[in-house]
Design a protein around this ligand. Structure first.
Ligand SMILES: Nc1nc2c(ncn2[C@@H]2O[C@H](COP(=O)(O)OP(=O)(O)OP(=O)(O)O)[C@@H](O)[C@H]2O)c(=O)[nH]1
Length: 138
């Protein structure tokens, strides 16, 4: 049987009490400091997370329900630590993700050059049909 990217279809109630028709798992990947956590907080809460830079430890997630073509879609967005020492923790989460957002910092050539290494990880650990988007942040 043909292998397909995991896709959960349901009609369920999220913990916040919101109904949704579909749920998708999305992961944010990229070097430490490119702004993954700030990007997610901005998308979820509409606010910029100011203050001192606190690197993500391991992995964390936030849910957001959006409406697409009349369907309520729950996005479960995983914010990963960009630091090398957490890499083995985050690998386990790639397999059942439907989409990966690869972030780099437009003021850091190194973070852009390292996208190649992130793609190597993606090809090793993620599903072959995963949707990948490259995002320049800051
Ligand atoms: N100017 C500017 N600064 C930003 C932006 N996004 C994030 N920053 C700053 O960049 C720093 C790192 O942001 P984070 O979102 O914590 O970075 P991260 O990619 O989650 O880092 P790790 O958790 O270590 O992987 C923080 O000091 C933020 O205030 C942006 O769009 N513009």
């Amino acid at each position: 049987m043909e292998s397909r990217a995991p896709r959960l279809t349901c009609n369920s109630l999220s913990r916040s009490g919101a109904f949704y028709d579909l749920t998708y798992k999305v992961m944010l990947l990229g070097d430490s400091g490119v702004g993954k956590t700030c990007f997610l907080v901005q998308f979820k809460d509409g606010a910029f997370l100011s203050g001192a830079f606190l690197a993500t430890v391991g992995i964390d997630f936030r849910n957001k329900v959006v409406t697409v073509d009349g369907l309520k879609v729950k996005l479960q967005i995983w914010d990963t630590a960009g630091q090398e020492r957490f890499r083995s923790v985050t690998h386990a989460y790639y397999r059942d993700a439907q989409a990966l957002l690869l972030l780099y910092d437009i003021t850091s050539k190194t973070s852009f050059d390292n996208i190649r290494a992130w793609l190597t990880e993606v090809h090793e650990y993620a599903h072959k049909d995963v949707v990948i988007m490259l995002l320049g942040n800051k």
